[in-house]
Design a protein around this ligand. Sequence first.
Ligand code: ADP
Length: 253
Amino acid sequence: MNDSILTLTGLTRDFGAFRAVDGVSLFIRRGSITGLIGPNGAGKTTLFNMVAGTLKPTSGTVALDGKDVTGRSAEALFRMGLARTFQIPRPFKRMSVIDNLLLAPPAQIGESVPGALFRRGRVAEQERALREKAQEILEFVTLDHLAEHPAGKISGGQMKLLELGRALMGDPTVILLDEPAAGVNPTLTAILIDRIEELNRRGMTFVIIEHDMDFVMRHCDPVIALAEGKVLFEGTAEEARVNPELLDAYLGA
Ligand code: ADP
């Protein structure tokens, strides 16, 4: 399935006797900005957590670019090019914005060079390269002027941009974004969307959980709706907007 960057098959997650995600089978189209919608409690976050490696599925599989990655850790997936952000960003607040980027897991190449004579030199060189990369990413997400600020002192919208920046440190092919627009002022939302679309033009795939239907309508195609742990709908945002079953699911929530 070359067209599918992520393939979920029968993905299921139980919490005790409660089935939060119930046999979800999906393709995420390579190069898409896919919207994931559905009422509260539909299982969107649980699905993200299973795909991103922070929660193990009860059953079912996840394949990234055709490779079975079910049950791999978030860090392993990050190194494989799958990154996710959180609805409520959680930066290390006392650390600077740029140091938050430098904490991202990959590229610790120094550790894998076995007994290298010039190890210290190499590590220093890698650190310089990483810092340069972080600096470029900060420019890209328009936070370069805040590089040395404590991450706890930036605004909620800037934290979302920082999260996107952290995700970019892994050179991802897929980014899962959890409510990027929630609680963010329109100016920063516009910047965030512009950056997402630029990355998408460069080939990056996005899966976005978003409640703001206006956002979904304008920026997501296709749209997948979950309700009660199951896929209720797949189609365009416009089709989602007028889908009676989906409307019922929201009203019933
Ligand atoms: P959504 O993101 O669509 O709002 P969630 O994936 O957060 O939905 O939750 C789906 C269902 O699973 C909800 O009923 C929620 O209460 C339940 N749930 C989520 N996480 C847990 C957990 N760790 N323990 C027990 N129930 C959970």
